[in-house]
Design a binder for this molecule. Structure first.
Ligand code: NAD
Ligand code: ZN
Ligand code: ZN
Length: 391
């Protein structure tokens, strides 16, 4: 089959690889109808996440049709079912899965020893990601093997386009979880850093969950316009002081809730000297992440506020102002998304017409154009916001 394959830094190729096969009786194979490129894939593209190997198949936003089912998954899946595949692989039975903490499932990371060493405790297996999360082949491909398929799927009805359903795999529940874990109360101002696909979903989720004022921060005009179209007030960090504007909009008190939808790759910008220092340290391998946004959020957040982090961090981040955070009484909530915790509710909202996440798609192309699309999405060229690929 054809797939997008990681070969090293900034080297993604459209390769011919072996077709996946059933390896365990809980597996299923799906024929991919649509997949997408995520901001998390960019961290892999830039080789900022350790433990990738040349030959790894990328992709963790995937949907398709079931074409083969292992004997132990046949009770819940059959040939012909239409499914969206969460990026988190979950067993459904361990202590964490029973608590709904699917992204830290205790059983699905097949490289548990490596992950235990790196993180203290292994987290769930993820598709198309580092070997620290199991090194499972991803879904930017014609076919995908889904391990633990009896629990790792969201069945979706016919009659709704892939465009509206695909993002149940990741960015829609991620934006939703970002807002839910911010604990939004009536009257709250919620500030959201990053108007990429995840930020866009977080903006709309914060509004649906009752935020009084949503403020969206980025520097790309087309992304800021998309945020404004949802009802957010926007700040262009390249031309305005984020801290001053947020204080102005909140009577000097700061936002109640701050959402990080950027993570490790904060834009490097002359006006923000800490980002230059972080970039230099990153190149010298003295620091893994560029946590400018964390510093800014901690500084501007209203005392007793919540910092909700869904942007991905990879390792050690320097100069995090813990003194400010502790004395202001801030609460930190963060995670890789517990995807199936939210998908039932979100699918109903899509079916009811309350949410239509397809608005974010700017590029719809053949899978063979994937390598070029990684560069377009990375460079934010051609007003690219979200790339959907069709094998
Ligand atoms: N927690 C999860 O489960 C989960 C799931 C999906 C994605 N993610 C992560 O979410 C993040 C965003 O993903 P995406 O697909 O939206 O990526 P993206 O790269 O398209 O968007 C990031 C946006 O942040 C903006 N930005 C950069 N520096 C900024 C700054 N200092 N202030 C304001 N804006 C700034 C960029 O201009 C860009 O628009 C990534 O880190 C990704 O890994 C996490
Ligand atoms: Zn993702
Ligand atoms: Zn589990």
């Amino acid at each position: 089959m054809k797939a997008l394959v990681w070969h090293g830094k900034e080297d993604v190729r459209y390769d011919t690889v072996s077709d996946p096969e059933i390896e365990d009786d809980r597996d299923a194979i799906i024929k991919v109808t649509s997949c997408a490129i995520c901001g998390s894939d960019l961290h892999l593209f830039h080789n900022l996440i350790p433990a990738m190997l040349p030959g790894d198949i990328l992709g963790h936003e995937t949907m398709g049709e079931v074409i083969e089912v292992g004997s132990a998954a046949q009770g819940s899946l059959k040939k012909g079912d239409r499914v969206v595949i969460p990026f988190t692989i979950q067993c459904g039975e361990c202590d964490q899965c029973r608590r709904g903490n699917f992204s830290v499932c205790e059983r699905t990371n097949r490289k548990k020893e490596l992950a235990d060493k790196a993180f203290g405790h292994a987290t769930a297996g993820l598709f198309g990601y580092t070997h620290l999360t199991g090194g499972y082949p991803g879904g930017q491909a014609e076919y995908l093997r889904v391990p633990f398929a009896d629990t790792t799927h969201v069945k979706v009805p016919d009659g709704i386009d892939d465009e509206k359903l695909l993002f149940l795999s990741d960015i829609l529940p991620t934006g939703w979880q970002a807002a839910v874990q911010a604990d939004i109360q009536p009257g709250d101002t919620v500030a959201i850093w990053g108007c990429g696909p995840v930020g866009q979903m977080a903006i709309r989720s914060a509004i649906l969950l009752g935020a009084e004022q949503v403020v969206a921060i980025d520097h790309l005009p087309e992304r800021l316009s998309m945020a404004a179209a949802a009802g957010a007030i926007t700040i262009d960090f390249a031309h305005e002081s984020v801290v001053e504007r947020l204080n102005e909009l909140t009577g000097g008190k700061g936002p109640h809730k701050c959402i990080d939808a950027i993570g490790t790759e904060s834009h490097v910008n002359l006006g923000q000297p800490d980002t230059i220092l972080d970039r230099a340290k990153q190149m010298l391998l003295a620091e893994n992440d560029r946590p400018h946004v964390l510093r800014e959020m901690i500084y501007v957040c209203r005392p007793a506020g919540v910092i909700s982090i869904v942007g991905v961090y990879t390792g050690l981040a320097d100069k995090i102002p813990m003194g400010q955070a502790m004395n202001k009484g801030l609460t930190f909530r963060m995670a890789q998304t517990h995807v199936p915790r939210w998908t039932g509710d979100l699918l109903r909202r899509i079916e009811d017409g309350q949410i239509d996440p397809s608005f974010v798609i700017t590029h719809k192309v053949d899978l063979s154009q994937g390598p070029e699309m990684y560069r377009t999405f990375r460079d934010k060229a051609d007003a690219c916001i979200k790339v959907m690929l069709r094998p």
